[in-house]
Design a protein around this ligand. Structure first.
Ligand code: 2AM
Length: 178
C-alpha cells in the first residue's frame, strides 16, 4: 500500500484562528481549512508501508528541544509566472532550521532521496487557480502579519489523501520535543 507523507509543525489554535481571519478578499482561490494549516518541514511523497514504517522509526530518533516560533508576514509562490500559493511566513528561527535539518537526516537514514530544494518555511493559506483574483491587496493588507511567539512542542508525520474536494491531512505520528 502506498502512503503520501510529509513532516510538519502545526500552529496552536489561536494562531490558526488568526490565519483563518486573513482568508478573504481574493476570488477563485481555495482557502485552506483549519485542519490543513501547517508548516512543512519535509515533503516525502509516496512511499510503501515498510518504508513509511522506517521513516516513522527514524523520526523517532530526532533529538531536538522545544522552541519559540512566530508568524511574520505573508507572501506568494509562483509557478510559470503565475501565483499559485498564498502563505504566511515565520520569523527567522535557528531552532526551526536545526529541526528541519534533523528531520532531513532522519529521512535520509530511512533511505529517502535528499531534498534538493531550499527550505522556505511557510504556512499555506490558499491555493490559487488560473482564474484567481488580484492578490496584491491581500499581500498589502497582510504583509505585516504577526503572531505572538508560540512554543513548538512537537512535530508530526502526516499522511495526505488527495481528492476532488482537496487534500485531507491526517497526523499519523506525533514526536515530542524535549
Ligand atoms: P505547500 O504548502 O507549499 O503546497 C503537503 O502537500 C505539504 O507538503 C504542503 O504543505 C506542501 O507545500 C508540501 N510540499 C512540498 N513539496 C511538495 C510537493 N512536491 N508536492 C506536494 N506537496 C509538497
Amino acid at each position: 500500500m502506498s502512503h503520501r507523507l510529509f513532516v510538519a509543525i502545526k500552529p496552536p489554535p489561536d494562531v490558526i484562528d488568526m490565519l483563518i481571519d486573513t482568508m478573504e478578499g481574493v476570488d477563485n482561490v481555495r482557502w485552506q481549512g483549519e485542519d490543513q494549516l501547517h508548516l512543512t518541514l519535509r515533503f516525502i511523497g509516496e512511499v510503501d508501508t515498510p518504508q513509511a514504517n522506517d521513516i516513522a522509526d527514524a523520526l523517532g530518533s530526532v533529538r531536538a528541544g522545544k522552541f519559540d516560533l512566530a508568524i511574520r508576514g505573508a507572501g506568494h509562490f509562483e509557478k510559470k509566472g503565475r501565483p499559485h500559493t498564498l502563505w504566511a511566513g515565520v520569523a527567522p528561527s535557528r531552532a526551526l532550521i536545526q529541526l528541519q535539518q534533523s528531520v532531513e537526516s532522519a529521512c535520509r537514514s530511512a533511505g529517502i532521496a535528499p531534498e534538493t530544494r531550499v527550505f522556505a518555511p511557510h504556512v499555506t493559506l490558499a491555493r490559487l487557480s488560473g482564474r484567481a483574483g488580484d492578490i496584491a491587496p491581500f499581500l498589502a493588507q497582510h504583509g505585516a502579519l504577526r503572531s505572538e511567539p508560540f512554543t513548538v512542542e512537537r512535530f508530526f508525520l502526516v499522511e495526505s489523501t488527495l481528492s476532488a474536494k482537496g487534500a485531507h491531512y491526517d497526523p499519523v505520528v506525533a514526536y515530542g520535543l524535549s
